[in-house]
Design a protein around this ligand. Structure first.
Ligand code: SF4
Length: 347
């Protein structure tokens, strides 16, 4: 149990948690929306520090991150719980566990152990993934700091709902922001995740890029009848183009029935291809259809000269046309990140 880093003490022993944008106002003895931050006598504690639900060595492409250390392995850690309760969650067993304290008895992976394991398994870095990383914020902060001291890269796979101050706290130690932009309307976010004010996600993603120089890639899981309309897809694509830049990768991924959405069919591949076209038409240079192994959009092709840059099939990756972050054939900038490309944050 660790005292939270980001909270305020309020009258009557209440506290306000400032880790994510819910900014829960929590009475003594109670927990926030995520159920892992708890007010004990006017002090806010995180209950699941270092308690891992899932530990694996994954290809970085599985996050998915396609333009960030391509072909590398990443030491991947998941915790317990979430600040969203999405109807379509693929990892609901760990993000919405039925047990009140599922972390009790689970494996403890200290920041030191995570770094040692990442190095032992020859990983390029560490990712906090599988569930929302911000809800074991103190653990990811300590781990990210240590990882950077050990020359490992660091990745958040996130719903992006952190507060700006949480981002600014971990920003100096985080290299990649793999963020979901799940849809583009209030009604969609409300229906999917019971979140009313979601637009802060956009602001924080932009801040991750502009202020902290993080590598940003966006994922939209396309759910039939919910966010597959042109209006939402065009909204996401043009927001990425205008605010993150046309070289930002956008992954439009296939939904499979999960959790409370067993009644919907998997996304037709034609819908993903339509989303791909919308992204390209909006001016995005890199749109990838995800969860469709073997799809033609899986590989990276230079938008300028048409040469193959990274060949992918599922999680098999071969870099064939990169020189630093540029196309080795024509010199076009392709927004790939390797250790040389991260030059610190922008003040
Ligand atoms: S992390 Fe978010 S959901 Fe959890 S207590 Fe803090 S503000 Fe609430």
């Amino acid at each position: 149990m660790h005292e939270a880093m980001l909270y305020e003490k309020l009258p009557n022993s209440r506290v306000r948690c400032n880790t994510c944008q819910w900014r829960c106002n929590i009475a003594p003895g109670k927990s926030g929306v995520c159920r892992v931050y708890q007010n004990r006598d006017g002090t806010l504690y995180n209950l699941n520090y270092a308690k891992a639900s899932s530990v694996a060595v994954d290809p970085i492409e599985k996050k998915p991150l396609f333009h960030f250390f391509p072909g590398s392995q990443v030491f991947s850690l998941g915790g317990w719980g979430c600040n969203f309760h999405c109807q379509d969650c693929q990892n609901w067993e760990i993000s919405c566990p039925v047990d009140n304290e599922p972390w009790l008895g689970s494996r403890e992976v200290s920041p030191q152990a995570a770094v040692e394991l990442a190095k032992r398994y020859q990983c390029g870095g560490i990712a906090w993934t599988y569930n929302e990383p911000s809800i074991w914020f103190e653990y990811t902060f300590d781990s990210a700091k240590l990882a950077k001291e050990n020359n490992l890269y660091t990745v958040y796979v996130t719903n992006g709902f952190l507060t700006p101050e949480a981002l600014d706290t971990i920003g100096p130690y985080l290299d990649a922001w793999r963020v979901d932009i799940k849809g583009f309307t209030d009604s969609f976010y409300r229906e999917l995740a019971k979140v009313n004010r979601w637009r802060g996600i956009l602001e924080v993603a932009k801040r991750a890029k502009d202020k902290w120089n993080m590598h940003v890639e966006v994922v939209t899981n396309i759910i039939p009848t919910m966010n597959d309309d042109d209006q939402q897809l065009e909204g996401i694509a043009s927001w990425i183009r205008d605010e993150l830049g046309e070289l930002t990768p956008w992954h439009v991924t296939r939904f499979y029935p999960h959790h409370h959405m067993m009644h919907l069919p998997p996304t037709p591949v034609s819908t993903l291809e339509h989303a791909y076209e919308i992204g390209r038409k909006a001016g995005l240079k890199f749109v990838y259809a995800g969860n469709v192994p073997g799809h033609s959009s899986e590989s990276t092709v230079c938008y300028n000269c048409g040469n193959l840059i990274v060949n992918r099939f599922g999680y098999q990756t071969k870099v064939v046309g990169l020189e630093g972050s540029r196309c080795k054939f024509c010199g076009a900038e392709l927004n790939f990140k390797t250790p040389e490309q991260r030059g610190g944050h922008n003040d």
